[in-house]
Write a protein that binds this ligand. Structure first.
Ligand SMILES: [Fe+2]
Ligand SMILES: [Fe+2]
Length: 171
């Protein structure tokens, strides 16, 4: 198996274990936002972004796509963030742009999730402060759950769909 994909799959297991072991959310955010997603964005996604077969999808891609069209899982977290912003909560800094990415590229789907994850993570980094939790009661718990659910879905989709395809494209 491709060494990079093997490393990224291993990192997925590390992230899932951190959720199981309930390590601090800041530790999880650090690993995801500073280690794992940058590795995907700098080493994996540019290597496959221009590949003609990227649209083919892996065996579980149709399943995930159908589930998302039915359940629209991003809607809840986006509404939670929107409600916070309406209360004056500071918005996250803009997500980096990449020259290999455009809205027609299939990678815009996982990248949309990286971007939403970043937005939730930035809010959590502020809300982890107990003083902020007094000003915005309940939001820390809600967004913490949103972040975990988003990452679990994202990891399942990468392991079962995108990475399977990348393994074929890079072999
Ligand atoms: Fe990812
Ligand atoms: Fe990943």
């Amino acid at each position: 198996m491709n060494a990079l994909l093997e490393k990224l799959r291993h990192e997925h297991q590390i992230i899932l274990r951190m959720f199981e072991e309930q390590v601090s959310i800041l530790e999880i955010i650090h690993f995801v936002e500073k280690v794992h997603h940058p590795l995907e964005e700098q080493d994996l996604f540019p290597a496959v972004a221009g590949h003609a077969l990227l649209r083919e999808g892996g065996p579980l891609c149709t399943f995930f796509r159908g589930m998302e069209l039915d359940l629209n899982p991003q809607e809840g977290p986006r509404q939670h963030l929107q409600k916070l912003y309406e209360k004056g909560f500071p918005k996250a800094s803009a997500y980096p742009r990449f020259d290999w990415l455009n809205s027609q590229n299939p990678l815009s789907l996982p990248m949309e999730e990286h971007e939403l994850g970043h937005e939730i993570a930035e809010a959590l980094k502020i809300l982890v402060n107990p003083d902020m939790q007094k000003i915005y009661p309940g939001d820390f718990e809600v967004l913490k759950t949103d972040y975990e659910n988003l990452l679990r879905r994202h990891i399942a989709k990468e392991d079962g769909c995108l990475f399977v395809l990348c393994e074929k494209l890079l072999s």
